[in-house]
Design a protein around this ligand. Structure first.
Ligand code: MOS
Length: 736
């Protein structure tokens, strides 16, 4: 693949993203950028009401536009076998059965699709399509709707929550978070081409090609292997690509309808209601501690928004059972159906929402107890075992994250009482919070192809959504083989390559790392097999005793028995040597619990006249096991921390209850942090391998960067001003 270009010798040249140069020079292709012969364009038409039934769709004017190939509605769509009837629709779990229903569930729901020779003609024709509806009541206001939905238990109750009434100090408060939208730079897009009646090729933006492949195999009732999905470069996902969305199906239907390859790319406004978002959330916490700071218990209630056609429970109270010891614990949850599209996982899903409430309440409690918030947390961390399932942690260094972060930010300079440091119109404060995430691992496969000159290509179907999967695979392959990085190329994001899980939930590297290690072992054994033909010392050699280099194979014995690859290739008449191996979780999961964690610290100033919050410093220290690529890992953490700034101070998907509309669904109306809103994020790692999670000892990092960030900022605002703000985003009007 050859991503390397020696003229781009950036910092840390030994830890460069394998795809970095291709991405920044534009050589790397995103889904919408592939050239396909005979390509035409599809544009979706959204409903103008938020709830009801389609009575009539008028496509006559649109049909007059030059270059129109076809217009698809629920009346004339090509039937998707997996959506043939109500039972099948349910089974498909696609959420919205696009063009297979006349029901409208949210504003913007696709009701028609124009397919034309050019994007311009398709867009113009789409603007001419009108529909008549029978309207029904629609509700998009989460705050109003949440009161109608009762809470139900979320997980087992522990101890007796009434004990909280005997605590020396308690905090009881409600927390509200507005919906947030992922909005990766690259908008979702699909190019679909039917190579035969039952053979499909897709260029698609997603976080898991195998999952896309399986979904469409089921929907079209064709063998999985008949579908090729390519997602080689992904310009950010944040969770929005973890499931298959209706627009991708629409594109495939369009290609079927016109018997030509079709491209469908969502517009930025469509991104706000087509590929999920972090749902709005309401929470109530009651937290108590004794005078020595020992937690007595917690009662955590949470509700999150969902759509009326699908139930998405974010799992907000999961994190309540992860970080601290609570002898008495009760968690309850509910989902609140709204006439909006279905939300989905977004960076630190559930946990970063729940963690904001818990970590805010703990901070509040620390002031009541007259205790340092760092000391209060240290006293209550569940460092020995998973507090819910009781299994011992394989490793958990959250305490070291806290200690290191406190030292880096200069926590000792923080004034324990609020509003103590004033600089003109500005009040200065410090805040901190922690976060954790159950560290997972899935079954993954990797392949290696070796050439006569010792160059290898390491392959997997896993996508790299910007997290650094590629460079991490290269680093692991280099460490395992000893072959120079310049001779290790990486291929990923293609369903023809060895299968792997989707990249999400901080599972990517944790899963694929073991597969790379296994593939290297397979390569060593295969090479040793050929070498044994020339030198019997290689017979029955174990992978650990086999050494590879840029030029050949040798043994870890006093006498190295070196044989060059060239000699092996010639002697055995080899071309490309290929191996493939799989690796996944095993018995260790019955013995240990696994978590990643992070501590977030910030120093900020609040303008007392304007309410502006200016972050001066942000420190984030994570336990992600062994760090495989420091640059990519630090990048994950700092990117997530900036996401946390957005969550804390800016991001808010507003809705209009009267019209059922999203308000400000573009980059002018939806505020998120830009560079001037964020300080340089100071990132550090504990960097101790977890000996049990996988062969490389790394734990996932994607989520913990954002879990706790918003609370750290809100807590610092309190330290600066004495204002306890429990509703996100904390915009200037709330600060004043
Ligand atoms: Mo993410 S929400 O793990 O893509």
């Amino acid at each position: 693949m050859g991503f390397f270009d020696e003229t781009f010798d950036l910092m840390a040249p030994n830890d460069r993203r394998v795809e970095g140069v291709a991405k920044v020079t534009g050589a790397g292709k995103y889904a919408a950028e592939y050239k396909v012969d005979g390509l035409c364009h599809a544009v979706l038409v959204g409903s103008t009401i938020a709830a009801g039934t389609i009575k009539n769709i008028n496509v006559d004017n649109a049909k007059q536009v030059s270059g129109i190939l076809d217009i698809v509605t629920h009346l004339n769509k090509p039937l998707v076998p997996g959506l043939a009837d109500e039972a099948k629709i349910k089974e498909a779990r696609l959420g919205l059965a696009i063009f297979h229903t006349d029901k409208i569930f949210f504003k913007g729901q696709p009701i028609a699709m124009v397919i034309a020779e050019t994007l311009e003609d398709a867009t113009y024709a789409a603007s001419l399509i009108t529909a008549e509806y029978e309207k029904t009541d629609a509700h998009v206001d989460f705050d109003a709707a949440l009161k109608k939905v009762p809470l139900t238990p979320a997980g087992k109750e522990r101890g007796n929550i009434e004990t909280l009434n005997k605590a020396t100090q308690t905090v009881e408060a409600e927390y509200n978070i507005k919906a947030e939208v992922h909005n990766p730079m690259e908008m979702h897009a699909t190019i679909a081409e039917w190579k035969a009646d039952d053979k499909l090729k897709l260029f698609d933006k997603n976080q898991g090609v195998n999952s896309v492949q399986r979904t469409f195999a089921k929907l079209f009732n064709i063998p999985t292997d008949n579908i090729e999905v390519i997602s080689e470069f992904v310009g950010g996902g944040f969770g929005s690509g973890l499931r298959v969305w209706p627009h991708a199906l629409a594109c495939i239907m369009a290609a079927k309808q016109v018997k030509r390859p079709v491209k469908l790319m969502l517009t930025r406004p469509q991104m706000f209601y087509s590929v999920g978002y972090r749902p709005a959330a309401w929470q109530k916490i009651k937290l108590g501690a004794n005078s020595d700071g020992k937690f007595v218990g917690i009662h955590h209630q949470a509700k999150n928004g969902t759509s009326v056609y699908e139930n998405f429970n974010e799992g907000i109270t999961r994190v309540t059972r992860l970080i601290y010891h609570f002898d008495n614990l009760k968690t309850e949850a509910a989902t609140v159906p709204l006439n909006l599209s279905t939300p989905t996982w977004m960076r630190g899903p559930g946990d970063c929402t729940g963690d904001f409430a818990i970590e805010s309440a703990i901070d509040e409690l620390s002031y009541k107890l007259n205790m340092d918030p760092v000391a209060l947390r240290m006293k209550n961390l569940a460092l020995d075992k998973h507090p819910d399932n009781g299994m011992p942690w394989s490793t958990n260094y959250i305490n070291e994250c806290i200690e290191k972060g406190a030292q880096m930010i200069g926590w000792k300079d923080r004034k324990p009482a609020h509003s103590q440091t004033i600089d003109g119109d500005w009040s200065i404060g410090y805040g901190m919070a922690v976060g954790a995430w159950n560290a997972g691992r899935g079954n993954a496969s990797a392949g290696i192809q070796m050439q006569k000159d010792g160059a290898i290509i390491v392959q997997t179907a896993m996508t790299d959504i910007g997290t650094g999967t590629g460079v991490s695979m290269q680093n692991i392959a280099h460490e395992q083989t000893g072959i120079s990085k310049s001779k290790i190329n990486i291929e990923l994001g293609n369903s023809n390559l060895p299968p792997a899980p989707s990249q999400g939930g901080s599972n990517g590297l944790s899963s694929i790392g073991g597969a790379v290690v296994a593939a290297v072992s397979a390569l060593k054994l295969k090479l040793a097999g050929y070498a044994a033909g020339q030198n019997e010392a290689y017979q029955n050699a174990a992978p650990a005793d086999i050494l590879l280099s840029d030029s050949g194979i040798s043994l870890k014995t006093p006498n190295e028995q070196f044989i060059s690859y060239a000699a092996l290739w010639e002697k055995n008449n080899l071309d490309v040597l290929e191996v493939e191996a799989s690796s996944g979780p095993g018995a260790e999961r019955q013995k240990y619990a696994f978590c990643s964690s992070a501590a977030h610290f910030c120093k900020l100033r609040v303008n007392r006249k304007t309410g502006k919050v200016k972050l001066e410093r942000m420190v984030t220290v994570a336990d992600g096991g062994k760090i495989i690529s420091e640059k990519a890992a630090a990048n994950q953490m700092s990117g997530a921390a900036v996401g946390g700034i957005g969550m804390a101070l800016m991001e808010e998907q507003q809705t209009d209850e009267r019209l059922g509309t999203l308000v400000g669904n573009d980059f002018a109306g939806y505020h998120f942090p830009v560079n001037s809103d964020a300080p340089i994020i100071e990132v550090a790692f504990v960097n101790k391998p977890d000996p049990n999670i996988n062969p490389q000892g790394s734990k996932g990092l994607g989520e913990v960067g954002i879990i706790g960030t918003a609370a750290a900022i809100a807590n610092a605002i309190y330290n600066a001003t004495g204002k306890r703000l429990r509703d996100l985003p904390i915009t200037p009007d709330k600060v004043l």
